[in-house]
Ligand binder design. Structure first.
Ligand SMILES: [Zn+2]
Ligand SMILES: [Zn+2]
Length: 276
């Protein structure tokens, strides 16, 4: 049925796509994306095999137990109401030691870690119980805790001072990660860590060698999330799923950036519009 521009303006992404992507995590070296089917509300694992999805530009809050419709700002995947951090700022720049947040995360034990991606180092902090998972979701070859703290706030402050004093970045760009997908990445990471290990006090050293991505012949091109992704999935590391499209080009899709977007299988009339 033909729909004119004003009708499209009034429709929402929920009318045009199959499902809403609501979470992304790594479990035992397998990336797990979850989708909520719009028509039934069913929550299920999003299958990437075969890869044939059309991704929306639009993003909406992923909700909690219940679906939520809030339009998002910035790169958050939850609105303020649905965020598991009652004080949303505490997610990135903690303002309390668990006292303002009616939640235990800010007051939980945290570690400062070094993540090694081929020859690149990054410093970060996470809950002590999530060290391995944090390494995996970022696609690090090794993750090493170098300090333990009683709260998220103290860990963030220690992370920032380590970053400043040693000149180690707190972020790893996707553009850099894309060059750490080859089979030699782990050997480079081990060599890099050996060079610097004696100047830290390592507490726990974890080697992350089980990513389902082997024998890649070149660096893939990172694709914008919105739009069509179709091809054979070759594997994944961190946020990136690598696939070969129908023309044989190696491409990478940022799985974390799918969260809060809508997906369908084929570009519908709605999806083709630039509105979503
Ligand atoms: Zn919400
Ligand atoms: Zn807090």
């Amino acid at each position: 049925m033909f729909r004119n521009a004003s009708e499209l303006m009034e429709s929402s992404p929920q009318d045009c796509y199959r499902s809403h992507v609501i979470s992304f995590k790594w479990e035992d070296f397998q990336p797990v994306l979850t989708e909520r089917v719009i028509s039934s509300g069913e929550v299920r694992r999003l299958s990437m095999d075969p890869l044939d999805i059309f991704v929306s530009e639009a993003r909406r809050c992923v909700g909690g137990e219940e679906a939520c419709d809030a339009v998002l700002e910035g790169r958050m995947s939850h609105c303020r109401v649905c965020d598991s951090f009652p004080v949303q700022e505490c997610r990135f720049q903690p303002r309390c030691r668990g006292t303002m947040c009616d939640d235990t995360v800010c007051g939980d034990p945290h570690v400062v870690y070094l993540a090694v991606f081929a020859a690149n180092l990054k410093v970060g902090m996470t809950r002590s119980s999530r060290l391995t998972e944090r390494g995996m979701e970022q696609g690090a070859d090794m993750i090493i805790s170098v300090g333990e703290y009683g709260s998220r706030m103290e860990a963030r402050s220690a992370e920032q001072s380590l970053s400043r004093s040693r000149g180690i970045p707190q972020t790893m760009s996707l553009a850099s990660l894309v060059n750490c997908l080859g089979d030699d990445s782990l050997a480079q990471a081990k060599a890099r860590w050996e060079e610097v290990a004696s100047s830290f006090t390592p507490l726990t050293e974890i080697v992350l060698d089980g990513y389902p991505l082997k024998g890649l012949d070149g660096a893939p091109r990172i694709m914008p999330s919105a739009g069509k992704h179709r091809g054979e999935v070759l594997g994944a590391k961190g946020r990136l799923a690598v696939y070969r499209d129908e023309l044989g080009m190696l491409k990478a899709l940022d799985m974390k950036d799918l969260v809060s977007r809508f997906i369908g299988t084929a570009p519908s009339l709605c999806a083709q519009s630039t509105l979503f």
